[in-house]
Design a binder for this molecule. Structure first.
Ligand SMILES: Nc1ncnc2c1ncn2[C@@H]1O[C@H](COP(=O)(O)OP(=O)(O)OP(=O)(O)O)[C@@H](O)[C@H]1O
Ligand code: SF4
Ligand SMILES: [Mg+2]
Length: 324
């Protein structure tokens, strides 16, 4: 398979008043053209920082080390201006926060047309016509009227469809979708996921779907990468992961998936304990303080990332079901 994205020993830290905060640590990840990857982990595990840093969208307080290759080009060696050339057509992102990803004081039409004019060099008329097509494609009723509206005049689900239309406007090769459905209610979530799957096929896009919910990646991805405290702790083909999960952390995430038979209002089972403080890395396994299987070895030594013959990776001394 042709490789589109390759991260090697990729780390991101932030300078903070409390010291260096290690948000992403030593990530190795290859994504093939056409693949759909899920990145899963609880809040604070580094999913958004990993995605944004890959695209070169980091504040000046961030330090990135290691390498990012896109289509064989080492982006990490390019200037910020050169990396920007990849935005829109090479890589695009559906940002996590639906409220801030659209400008509230600009009409939908002008926000959609901007990328088409700036990145693809379209004339205003061409960009307008293409924007209407895109709105139709993401199933916005009456696209001509929607072009003239402001984001605040639309529902959350409709706004997310607009955000998707903007992200795919320049037909990016790689689309990051950062929690694309978290802010939406359950029925709208399913429709948005279905739309993303259709668009991925139609535009032949590679997708990285970022979510805290293992249930979301189940039907949407070829491969799942589980992150904990900035590191990859498990990665496998989606079917293999669900059939044969190895990490106690992945198992705990699995138990926290909301189920349809749970009555609404019932509290979800959450993983007890908290993520370690990212400014003071633990000596042993970072999950040890919360892991029901932890031993003294886990607290003293850091487990390496093991890769099995089938390509299943995990970072645990005592994997569930024994070693593969
Ligand atoms: N600009 C920043 N400056 C300092 N620390 C940051 C910054 N952005 C993120 N962090 C820290 O980096 C760590 C990873 O954050 P990140 O947003 O990637 O988590 P996440 O997995 O996307 O979580 P969520 O599910 O809540 O979106 C967290 O400890 C967070 O506080
Ligand atoms: S290495 Fe030990 S503490 Fe870490 S996940 Fe495995 S069993 Fe739990
Ligand atoms: Mg996030």
């Amino acid at each position: 398979m042709n490789q589109l994205l390759k991260l090697s020993d990729f780390s991101v830290s932030f300078t903070t008043p409390r010291g260096d905060l290690h948000a992403v640590r030593g990530v190795d990840l290859s994504v093939a053209k056409g693949e759909s990857i899920g990145i899963v982990g609880e809040s604070g595990s580094g999913k958004t920082v990993l995605s944004r840093a890959t695209m070169g969208l980091m504040p000046s307080t961030a330090t990135c080390t290691g390498s990012v290759e896109f289509n064989g080009v080492p982006l990490s060696d390019l200037s910020h201006a050169e990396v920007r050339n990849y935005w829109g057509t090479g890589m695009a992102m559906i940002f996590q926060d639906p409220l801030t990803s659209l400008n509230p004081v600009r009409r939908i039409g002008s926000q959609l047309m901007e990328g088409l004019i700036v990145r693809l060099g379209m004339s205003k008329d061409q960009a307008r016509a293409r924007s209407v097509e895109l709105l139709e494609r993401v199933r916005i009723p009456d696209p001509y009227a929607a072009m003239k509206k402001y984001p605040g005049e639309l529902s959350g689900g409709m706004r997310q469809r607009i955000v998707i239309a903007i992200a795919i406007a320049c037909t990016p090769e790689l689309l990051f979708a950062d929690e694309p459905t978290t802010a939406l209610d359950v029925t709208v979530q399913a429709q948005v996921l279905e739309l993303l799957a259709e668009l991925r096929q139609e535009f032949n896009m590679t997708m990285i779907l970022v979510t805290h919910d293992l249930g979301v990646v189940a039907g949407q991805t070829d491969r799942v990468v589980v992150m904990y405290a900035g590191e990859i702790v498990e990665a496998a083909a989606t079917k293999d992961l669900f059939a044969n999960m190895k990490m106690p952390y992945t198992e705990a995430l699995m138990k926290s998936i909301p189920r349809l038979d749970q009555s609404s209002g019932q509290r979800l089972r959450v993983i007890t304990g908290r993520l370690p403080d990212p400014t003071t890395p633990e000596p042993g396994c970072s999950f040890a303080p919360r892991c029901e299987y932890a031993t003294d070895k886990c607290r003293a030594e850091k487990p390496p990332l093991v890769t099995t013959q089938t390509g299943h990776q995990y970072r645990c001394f005592f994997p569930i079901g024994g070693s593969l």
